[in-house]
Design a binder for this molecule. Structure first.
Ligand code: CA
Ligand code: CA
Ligand code: CA
Length: 729
């Protein structure tokens, strides 16, 4: 958990910070949230009185009937053991058990279960008796799945909408290529009966190339232990899930080989492997004191336990959990000779069973529950949503407070909301932008919110697969913005209340990662507001695109003549001067102080034009101290702010000290030049009328959407890093 703040629980409780929550959405009576339990994988979880004491949380003497557990606003059944002195209250020897499961989300594996004191009717794990019939045979095996799916590489073009991370990229260049994976099958039961489901191999692959031509781009063959079991072709950047029943599994290591024969008539092809799975019949043998499985069967025996305190829980299709009271434990066992076993009757309907000893139960991670703050009432015309790192501690300079004060002259009300409060109150404490999206809509409807500022940078590597040092402060929503791009970060979606892909409100983001960066940006804001260089602009255009017969210079000239005719504009066009001369002119112009810097042309995340006209280092080396500019970048990718390994052009303009830019607008995705120039017209029209940056983008997009409602590359993927309330003129 690197992106959540952990307060010291003992300290918080010593200070009397227990939290009281009143839900405004329902008529629930007040509840006190005690602690959050973080669960990242399926299993039986236990928290003991001693665990809570170790965390500084003493609830001894609380009636068991006051305790409940919540997950995503739903009550979860728990099993409770009271104190040894008094079975009806919590205390020495007491514990709580529940069946927990992790999350599958882009943002976190951690599901959050909140332990509460409240007066609601309680859900408890109920006892159940299932007969162990002599006439019914023991089930021999259940279907277990072994998978290979490491998250090694990130692909924003991933065709799997839930998963941009792949395991391997296999490239066949002028010759066939292959990749072999080994999966180890323990306790394999050859010919084992697993009901109607047979052993199978399943693979998910993604096309990594798309070449013109009528034949499919990809030919993929899977071999299991040298025998071909799947053979398929598919086209383009699409997703292909292949599955086949297999009959040649063996105990121990199984070799799965993906081959690209490269026989479709192309010189090369690439295929990403997302996952490879083997489903096989496995014997009922416990591992580390636990076994959980799905089955329809009516009688089970599980071997391999190292202690005899075995309990069996059953979870039905509706997630109702029971404990099987008459499970029969037998055998003598030790850690070295795990020969204890449990026999029990099955329900006969598809159920999930969990058998555990006290050594097999898992302990969740704990997270302190912050005191609830009121984020629902009062007006918040300008809404600042911030990561807690940017909220001043006592004795620290209150930077956001100063920003709020300054905004009072422009807005009737300003509120600063801690994003952790939003997760707690609108998302069941779970780290997910859906909660932020829901809250902004709530604030617009109930708090008169008209402008939103997000304070905190982001990275797409939320789980630290690639770069565990980089942090997400405020996460982003990802959407497809065109044929190839499926994961573009789009803040515009945060303010699209009617889901038509057109923003309803202005929004900006400060991609800051420290108080220092925030401080520098706020100083630049003050400098920009008080500047004496007005109505002066720099327009830069990349070279004529011969392939597409497209002139960026014409776009630049058109914009300034139509919308900025009373401005003093310096033009730097690559059609007219050399790259090095153009670069010097750009640097000179920005250093002398310009209100607006506009670029038209091809670009990538960290440079303008393909021949290196101006890049991130150039932006970082500007020396316009005290004279920040506002940058509009009409090109691809230059404002892609979520790369954990590289700062975008947007970052370099904004975050390299007291120079560069106070706001950068541009694309977080691949865009079309014609969409860019059409949006540019609408945005400059608004800017020229004295609208704020945020209003100009939002109103401009609303106008644009009437003409091009499907152009998601710019409607969603054109964004503002910086302050939405600034005015150019
Ligand atoms: Ca994956
Ligand atoms: Ca193709
Ligand atoms: Ca909308």
């Amino acid at each position: 958990m690197k992106y959540r703040s952990h307060l010291n629980i003992s300290l918080a409780l010593a200070l009397g910070l227990t939290s009281s929550l009143v839900s405004a959405q329902s008529a629930n009576p007040p509840a006190e949230e005690l602690i959050n339990l973080l669960v990242s994988e399926q299993g039986v979880y236990e928290i003991t009185h001693q665990d809570l004491l170790d965390l500084g949380l003493d609830i001894s003497g609380q009636s068991l009937s006051s305790l409940s557990l919540f997950n995503r606003e739903q009550q979860v059944a728990i099993e409770l053991q009271g104190s040894t002195q008094n079975q009806t209250v919590f205390g020495d020897g007491a514990y709580i058990r529940f069946i927990g499961d992790g999350l599958e989300s882009l943002y976190t594996d951690n599901n959050v279960y909140t332990l509460r004191l409240d007066a609601l009717p309680k859900k408890r794990i109920q006892p159940e008796t299932l007969p162990i019939l002599n006439t019914v045979p023991f089930a021999q095996s259940y279907l277990e799945t072994k998978s290979y799916a490491p998250q090694n590489g990130y692909t924003f073009a991933s065709p799997n909408k839930q998963d941009p991370w792949h395991a391997d990229r296999v490239l066949a260049l002028r010759q066939p290529a292959s990749k072999t994976v080994s999966l180890e099958l323990e306790n394999f039961v050859p010919g084992g009966n697993t009901g109607s489901v047979n052993p199978s191999l399943k693979a998910e692959v993604w096309g990594g190339t798309d070449l013109p031509g009528s034949a499919d781009d990809h030919h993929v063959r899977f071999k299991l232990n040298s025998q071909t079991v799947m053979d398929n072709t598919f086209d383009g950047f699409s997703r292909k899930v292949m599955q086949a029943e297999v009959s040649n599994l063996r105990a121990g290591a199984n070799q799965i080989r993906m081959e690209l024969p490269l026989d479709q008539g192309y010189d090369f092809e690439a295929v990403n492997i997302n996952s490879v799975e083997l489903s096989y019949p496995r014997a009922f043998v416990a591992q580390d004191g636990a076994l959980n499985f799905d089955s329809f069967a009516r009688k089970f025996q599980i071997r391999g336990f190292a202690s005899d305190d075995i309990r069996v829980y059953r979870q039905d299709a509706n997630n109702e959990v029971t404990v099987i009271e008459n499970a029969a434990v037998s055998g003598r066992c030790t850690e070295d000779a795990p020969r204890c076993r449990v026999r029990f009757g099955g329900h006969g309907s598809l159920s999930h069973y969990h058998a555990v000893t006290s050594n097999g139960v898992k302990t969740p991670e704990f997270e302190y529950v912050a005191l609830p703050e009121d984020i629902r009432s009062g007006s918040a015309e300008y809404l600042i949503i911030t990561h807690p790192d940017f909220i001043a501690d006592q004795g620290e300079q209150d930077l956001l407070g100063e920003l709020a004060n300054s905004l009072q002259s422009q807005f009737s009300s300003v509120d600063i909301v801690n994003v952790e409060q939003i997760y707690a109150q609108f998302g069941g404490h779970i780290f997910d932008p859906a909660a932020i999206q829901q809250y902004i809509k709530f604030a617009h409807n109930n708090r008169n919110t008209q402008v939103v500022l997000l304070v905190g940078g982001d990275i797409y590597d939320y789980k630290g697969f690639q770069n565990s040092d980089a942090r997400s402060f405020i996460p982003s929503i990802y959407v497809p913005t065109g044929e190839v791009i499926n994961f573009a970060p789009v803040d515009a979606k945060y303010v699209d209340f009617d889901d038509d892909n057109v923003p309803n409100l202005p929004i900006g983001r400060l991609p800051v990662r420290s108080m220092q960066e925030l401080s520098v940006l706020l100083d630049k804001r003050t400098a920009y507001i008080n500047r004496d260089y007005r109505d002066e602009a720099l327009f830069v255009a990349g070279e004529f695109d011969i392939l597409r017969q497209y002139s960026f210079k014409l776009d630049a000239l058109n914009m300034q003549q139509t919308y900025l005719d009373d401005w003093a504009v310096e033009n730097v066009f690559l059609d007219d001067v050399s790259t090095s001369a153009a670069r010097s002119e750009i640097i000179q112009a920005i250093n002398s102080g310009v209100s607006l810097t506009s670029f038209f042309g091809h670009s990538s995340t960290n440079q303008w034009t393909f021949n290196g006209l101006f890049n991130g280092s150039d932006a970082a080396n500007l020396s316009n101290q005290g004279k920040p500019t506002v940058v509009t970048q009409w090109g691809c990718w230059n404002t892609y702010y979520v790369n954990p390994n590289e700062d975008s052009m947007g970052h370099r303009f904004l975050m390299e000290g007291d120079r560069g830019a106070v706001a950068v607008m541009g694309a977080t995705t691949l865009t079309s030049a014609t969409n860019e120039q059409l949006l540019a017209r609408y945005v400059y029209e608004q800017l020229s009328q004295g609208k704020t940056l945020g209003q100009s983008i939002t109103l401009g997009k609303q106008e644009f959407a009437r003409v091009r409602p499907d152009a998601l590359d710019v409607l969603l993927g054109w964004t503002l890093l910086g302050f939405p309330e600034l005015v150019l003129q």
